[in-house]
Every structure is written in C-alpha cells, then in structure tokens.
Ligand binder design. Structure first.
Ligand code: ASN
Length: 321
C-alpha cells in the first residue's frame, strides 16, 4: 500500500476505539437495525424463509470469471481430514435449498473475500462483509428487480422519515428513488462510456440503475443463441457504485458442466450441484445478494466503507479485533 499520509491517518481512525465510541458510529449502528428490520419484515411478509448462514464448505462461489475480480487469496483449511473453504458466497447452497426445500429463501451471509490490498483506496471494499442474499425457485429477473426496488426504496423512505436526527449527524440528504429503476445493457454502457462505465454512470445518474448482461460465473444463465447473460448488478448513484449482483440461473446438467470446464474449475467442487442437475432436480431460479455494508454506507453518505463496520475489515489491514 502506498502511504499517503492523509489516507493513513484516516485508516488508523477507522480501526480505533475512538471511532467505536463516536456519535457517528452509534448513529450508523441504529441505521443498520432500522434497514435490516425493514428488509427482513418485507421478506417475511412475502413468505420468504429466513435461513441461517454456513461459513465452511467444500463448495463455494468460485468468484471467477468476473470482470470485477480482485481476490488475492482464498482461505482453505482442513477439518476432520477434509479440505474446506471459507464462504465466498452462498450461491451453491441457495441453489440447492430452493430446489429441494422452501421455494423462497433469504439469509444474512458473512462472505470472506481476501480482496487485493490496493483496494483499500477504493473506499468500497472489505475482506469480510455481509450479503442479504436471496433466491426464488422459478423466479425471473423482473421478480428480483421489483423485489429489490421495494427493499431499497422502502429502507430509504423509513430512514428518511424516522431517523432525521441520525441523518443530521452525517449531514445527509437522502433522495427517495423512483421505481422501477432504469435498466441498461452492459455492452451498450461500454460503447457509450468506455471501460470505466460503472464509475461514470454511478457519478452521473441520480437514481439507482440496473445493469444486465454481464459475462461471469457459470451459474448465471447464459442464452447460448443470443449470447446474452440474464444477470444483473444494481448500481447506486453519487459514486457509490455496485451494491448488488444476481441472476437467473443455469439448471441444465450438460450446460453447467460445459461452463465449469470452460472456466477451468474443478467439477468435484460442484459435485452435489451437478448430481442434482443430472437428476433434473435442480430447479430454475433467480436471486441476488445485496452488500449490506455498502448499502448502509450509501444511506449514511460515508466516504470509506470501513467506517460502517465497528470492527473494520479493510483490505490489507488486520486490526486487534
Ligand atoms: N449473491 C450473488 C448472487 O446471488 C453471488 C455473489 O455474491 N457472487 O448471484
């Protein structure tokens, strides 16, 4: 990490006891409770089952290939003589659960992603964060769009209405977004804005926008005839960038196997998923995961995401707690 004195001072504050003890931290923690309660209540009212997360597993999200890839290490350890990984996302577990169990699920899932230490400077990356991660059997892109538009808009409304005092601490004026959010194809954005499209649209647009058709991990649905991926990211305005990613999913055995091989992954890592697909028990589904810390960062208008964690997991920094 290059040591820019201004950044270094700010970072040492972010991991300090003074920060935990500050009125800003108290206000941020209140915002978390309000936002999580709002979202969880909506999901439970809609009949979603709340699942608790798992952390260690033989199978996890490969996070590859992905245009935003920047993992510098993957944590693997041995338990009971078996190699396991720490969770990078619960995508495989979500797919299996909605295929065999309840059709609509959500979880608050801790994800460990050892991001490249240079990402300390983005102010948007953490090496441990939490996803509000959900999946809907037989769901479609539009179902996920409408659902997250409601979750995002309602949370912003509730905070704006009920947390004036906290918002004053951050001098934050929140804009209630209008729904439905606009949808853009990634290819079109690249043509118009170039490779830095995400940063540009995040700064230029005043409302959250959906971006679709992103070539990435094998489990997202790819239409082989048109070459179009039925997946999406949600980009927040004011430079806050991507806060959610999701997709309709692959469910056919041959196609999944081909994509796993194409991506250079080990098929043993996805054994159960492949077995279910082969038996035609893997249901089509759609889902997405929202980065909770990024969403709270946006709501509070905070510059560095490390500020919204009482025990920050900032790339390159391992604090005492
Ligand atoms: N949670 C994301 C999804 O549902 C996957 C990810 O986090 N990489 O597609």
């Amino acid at each position: 990490m290059k040591s820019n004195p201004a950044i270094t001072t700010q970072l040492s504050y972010l991991v300090s006891i003074e920060k935990i003890n500050s009125p800003r931290m108290s206000a941020i923690l209140k915002v978390y409770s309000k936002v999580l309660k709002t979202m969880v209540d909506i999901l439970l009212d809609k009949g979603f089952q709340w699942i608790l997360p798992v952390i260690l597993a033989k199978s996890t999200d490969p996070l590859w290939p992905d245009p935003n890839f920047s993992i510098e290490d993957r944590i693997e350890l041995e338990i009971y003589g078996t190699r396991v990984k720490t969770m990078q996302s619960m995508i495989v577990h979500k797919r299996v659960l909605v295929s065999l169990g309840p059709p609509k699920i959500f979880t608050l899932s801790p994800n460990i992603r050892i991001e490249n230490r240079e990402r300390v400077a983005t102010g948007r990356h953490l090496y441990e964060f939490t996803q509000l991660d959900l999946e809907i059997a037989y769901g479609k892109m539009d179902d996920v769009f409408r659902l997250f538009e409601e979750l995002v808009k309602r949370s912003i409304e509730v905070v704006s209405k009920e947390m004036e005092e906290e918002l004053k601490i951050f001098s934050r004026e929140l804009r209630i977004p209008s729904t439905p959010f606009k949808v853009f194809k990634r290819r079109w954005l690249i043509e118009k804005y170039g490779e830095d499209w995400e940063e540009i649209i995040s700064r230029e647009f005043e409302e959250p926008v959906w971006v679709t058709d992103i070539p990435r991990q094998f489990y997202d649905y790819e239409d082989v005839e048109t070459g179009e991926w039925r997946n999406y990211d949600l980009i927040l305005p004011e430079g806050y960038g991507e806060v959610l990613s999701g997709a309709e999913r692959e469910y056919e055995y041959e196609k999944i196997l081909k994509k796993i091989e194409r991506d250079g992954l080990r098929r043993e890592d996805y054994k159960l998923l492949l077995e279910l697909a082969e038996k035609r028990l893997l249901k089509p589904s759609a889902g997405a995961g929202l980065g909770v810390e990024r969403f709270i960062q946006y709501i509070c208008g905070v510059k560095h995401i490390g500020e919204v964690q009482p025990f920050p997991r900032i790339p390159g920094i391992v604090p005492d707690l």
